[in-house]
Design a protein around this ligand. Sequence first.
Ligand SMILES: *Cc1c(COP(=O)(O)O)cnc(C)c1O
Length: 353
Amino acid sequence: MTNVTKTFLPPLDEYNQILKQAWDAGWITNRGTLVLKLERELKDFLNVSNVIALTNGTLPLQIAIKALKLSGEIITTPFSYVATTSSIVWEGCEPVFVDIHPEFLTIDESRIEEAITPKTTAILATHVFGNPCAVEEIQTIAGKYGLKVIYDAAHAFGVTFKGKSIFEYGDVSTCSFHATKLFHTGEGGALFFRDDQMYETYFYHHNFGHKGKEDFQGVGINAKMSELQAAMGLAVLPYVPSLIDSRIKIVKHYHQELSQFNSIKIREGTKWNCSYFPILFESEAQLIESMKRLNGKGIYPRRYFYPSLNKLSYINYDPMFVSEDIASRILCLPIAHDLDMTVVDNICKWIKG
Ligand SMILES: *Cc1c(COP(=O)(O)O)cnc(C)c1O
C-alpha cells in the first residue's frame, strides 16, 4: 500500500540515544534540555530570529490570533487545511475569505483590498504546499491598512524566499511538525517571528500565562512541546536535507511523466521543499475515475485541500469560484523519502488510464 505520504522514522538507536538524556535528567516536559536544544537547532538550521516549540501546528494559529489581540474580521484563504479557518472561528473572529490565484494556489493578493472593512484586523494566509504567498505585496497592503499578517506555514519547513526563510515574513508564522509533515516530532509545531519584543507575549500565552511560578501575566493555554516530542525532532532534523533531496527527485520524475497535467506554479525566488505534489485534472469526474483506478492498485493519493473551506458548515457560505474549482480537481500524489521510482512510474501510468 502506498499512501500520499509516509512518516520518516529515524534509526531507533539514534532516537533512543537522545531519549536517554530525558531519562537521565528525569525530566520529560516543561521545556527541558531537549526542547531548548531543538529550538536552538531549528534556529540555526532555518536561519530564523525566534522560535517557540509547541505541541502541535494548530495551537500556534490560535495563540498568534490571541497574542496579536485580533478581533472582528480576519481575511483568509479558502484553500487550506481546516485548522486555518477553525482557529479564526475558535478565537471568536470572523473569517472573510478572499479567493486564490489559479496557478500559485495562494491567496490572490490583488483581491485583498476589496475585502478590507473597518472591522478587518489581520490577514491569515497559507503558503500552500510550501509555495510562498505574495509576501511582499501582502506586507504593503497590511502596512497601508494597519493589519497584522499571520502565515500558516505548516507546509513550508525549509522553504526560502529571496534568500530568507519564509518564516521570517509577516508578523508571525506557524508551522506544524505533525507526523505527515516533512519535518516532524510526531505531533508538534512552532511559532516563528522576527520581533524580539513579542517573545515574552507569545511565550506566556503558550504556558498558561505564567510569569514565574506564582504570578500570571494574562490568560494563556498549555501548548508546550514535551521532551519526548523534541527527542523525535532532534533525531529527524539531521535527515531533513536528504529527505528534501529525495523528494526533489520524485517531483522531477512526476513532472516528466505527467507533463500533460498542470501542477502548482512555484513563485519566482523560492527554494521549494517539494512537500507535496498536486496535479489538476480537467474535471472532478476524471479525478474520481483516476483515483479509483489507483486505489484498486493499492495507491492512496489524497484530495487535498478538499473541500474549499468557504463550504464548511459553520461558515456563512460565500462562493469562491477559483478555490472551489481547484479543490474539486486537485489530487496530491504519493511523495515520500523512500518512494521507489518504479512505483512512481506505475502511478504515472495508472493515472493516465
Ligand atoms: C497540518 C496543518 C495544520 C495543522 O497542524 P497540526 O500539527 O496537525 O495541528 C494547519 N494548517 C495546515 C495548512 C496544515 O497542513
